[in-house]
Design a protein around this ligand. Structure first.
Ligand SMILES: C[S@@+](CC[C@H](N)C(=O)[O-])C[C@H]1O[C@@H](n2cnc3c(N)ncnc32)[C@H](O)[C@@H]1O
Length: 527
């Protein structure tokens, strides 16, 4: 750890690292599941329900565990949390707020943890040393802070903030510091396939500063089910070569978003203006911000904005003549993205209608798959299609989701570095879909030219594409989720699918060979 005047504390590499190397493994100090995951994942190891189901805490009836060992491990904090959850539910005015928010449950766990370990313990000191932005808080965030503080005091069963003394909080300033430390240093826990599960705080991982072109990523690969007591294990994994004496940087925001959106979140949540290599490079065309050349010469041009609406192909210099159409498409695309994201869980049908309608509009306006908001809409569309696949799968439904996954993967590949976990997961999903049994295989095109236009292909061609995609997925997962982890849980599943597909393709080739060998041999001409 070193300290820099501008960025504060940070982590520097002592040794060289290659992409796929694990730099550190640690368990967060506190972690909580998001409310909607509380009954489907274990609150101690964050694993999914085993075949026998999860066991619910009989007292609070809110927290679930996968085993007695996990329940025992969580007991030191849950014994404080359990009565608080019961009292909160009793006082709740409606069924939607029977459980306090993830942030309130996390803050309470931090305070109970400090009390249990001792206010002078290293544990508590590391929490207290986390970066706080109390002094630079903007008036817009006062309301969030006040709301969280009020809910926290209620959840702890106290009558006023003055009663927080036993937790080391002696003034309003201390309380603002606690909330600010949580907001600046909290980390999203995800499944091995990157679905968000909840929130956690690790003082070690929280030391790492940000870049929109990160050297490393933090993932939860879950490599061995036998070691549930070490989960949720956070691993810091290199995705670029890192040299000794180089600062290790991760990203705090979604780096598929264009510069203005990234900078806004970094300013509002983390209180700094990003000057990373990607944010400072304004000369190159950013794949997050590009249209096809209006003359389709193969080049690209930057997406126009209200302020700068003159844009030309960087290759043939043709000027864009459909500026208003593009500006409108991007504006309604962004509105639809915000709406569909908000509706995703309450009304997925409506959300899918929005993504289905907007993707062709953005595509016909010339946006490339990597451009914002097309990439974000494509990824959301893929998730919505996958979760609404009918039980009796139809060829059209399967082919639709394959096309969506192909578009997302193409976009991600242009924006993210080789080996980024999101690229590997998207390829793995695409490969698995291509390998799925076709419900009603389509007739094979007669000519090669016709076949080239059909996507996704059918029959053996599709299986071969599935195999190639899974092989690419595996090599990317070996980077993003660590080579020693064999690409994490998903990397291992992909390896098994590759073996099964190779067998299937082998059987198919052997079948052809047998048919050929059984055919009557042409008579040899006499010499
Ligand atoms: C999770 S903490 C990282 C560790 C922090 N530097 C510390 O001293 O504890 C996040 C905070 O670090 C600072 N930070 C991280 N990356 C930065 C960057 N690229 N430029 C400026 N400040 C940065 C910001 O104050 C941010 O809110």
């Amino acid at each position: 750890m070193r300290t820099d005047k501008e960025t504060g504390r940070g982590v520097w590499a002592k040794n060289p690292y290659r992409p796929g190397d694990v730099l550190m493994t640690t368990r967060p100090y506190i972690s909580v599941l998001s409310t909607h995951n509380l009954s489907s994942y274990c609150s101690a190891c964050f694993g999914p329900a085993p075949p026998s189901g999860l066991k619910r805490c009989t007292q609070c009836r809110t927290i679930h565990y996968c085993s007695a060992a996990c329940q025992t491990r969580d007991w030191t904090l849950h014994k404080r949390e359990c009565p608080a959850l019961q009292d909160w539910a009793k006082a709740s005015p409606n069924a939607e707020s029977l459980v306090p928010s993830d942030a309130v449950r996390s803050l309470a766990r931090i305070l109970w943890g400090k009390q249990k370990k001792g206010l002078d313990s290293i544990w508590s000191k590391e929490i207290d040393a986390l970066q706080s932005h109390r002094k630079s808080l903007q008036p817009e965030s006062f309301e969030v802070h006040a709301h969280l503080s009020h809910a926290l005091v209620l959840f702890l069963g106290l009558s006023s903030p003055e009663d927080l003394g036993p937790f080391g909080i002696h003034s309003a300033g201390d309380l603002v510091d606690l909330v600010s430390r949580f907001i600046t240093n909290t980390f999203t826990i995800a499944t091995p396939s990157l679905t968000p599960l909840g929130a956690c705080v690790s003082p070690l991982i929280a030391l790492i500063n940000h870049s929109c072109e990160p050297h490393a990523v933090v993932v939860f690969p879950r490599t061995s089910p036998a070691s549930a007591q070490n989960e949720p294990a956070m691993q810091l994994i290199a995705i670029r070569p890192i040299l000794p004496d180089q600062e290790v940087l991760i990203t705090y925001v979604d780096i598929t978003l264009p510069r203005p959106q990234r900078r806004k979140t970094l300013k509002e949540t983390y209180h700094f203006v990003c000057n990373c290599s990607l944010c400072s490079n304004l000369t190159n065309t950013d794949p997050r911000d590009v249209l096809q050349c209006p003359k389709r010469c193969g080049g690209t041009c930057p997406i126009p904005t209200e302020e700068n609406n003159i844009t030309r192909c960087t290759s043939c210099k043709a000027g864009l003549t459909t500026v208003d159409e593009v500006l409108d498409a991007v504006r309604i695309g962004e509105e639809a993205l915000a709406k569909a994201t908000a509706l995703q869980s309450q009304d997925p049908v409506k959300a899918k209608q929005l993504t289905t309608k907007l993707i062709p509009i953005l595509t016909s306006a010339g946006l490339l798959p990597s451009a914002h908001p097309l990439l974000a809409l494509s990824r959301l569309h893929q998730t919505l299609l996958l979760s609404s696949l009918p039980d009796s799968l139809t060829q059209d439904a399967l082919d639709d989701v394959i096309c969506a996954a192909t578009r997302s993967s193409a976009g991600l590949n242009d924006v993210l570095l080789y080996g980024h976990p999101s690229r590997g997961i998207c390829l793995a999903e695409l490969g698995k879909l291509l390998a799925a049994d076709e419900p009603q295989p389509k007739e094979q095109p007669k000519s090669q030219a016709e076949a080239a236009l059909v996507y996704p292909p059918s029959g053996p061609k599709r299986l071969k594409l599935a195999l190639d995609t899974l092989i690419r997925a595996r090599s990317e997962l070996m980077v993003g989720f660590g080579a020693v982890n064999e690409g994490g849980e998903v990397g291992k599943e992909v390896r098994e699918s590759i073996v099964a597909l190779e067998k299937e393709l082998g059987v198919w080739k052997q079948g052809i060979r047998n048919v050929v060998e059984d055919m009557p041999k042409p008579l040899r001409k006499p010499l």
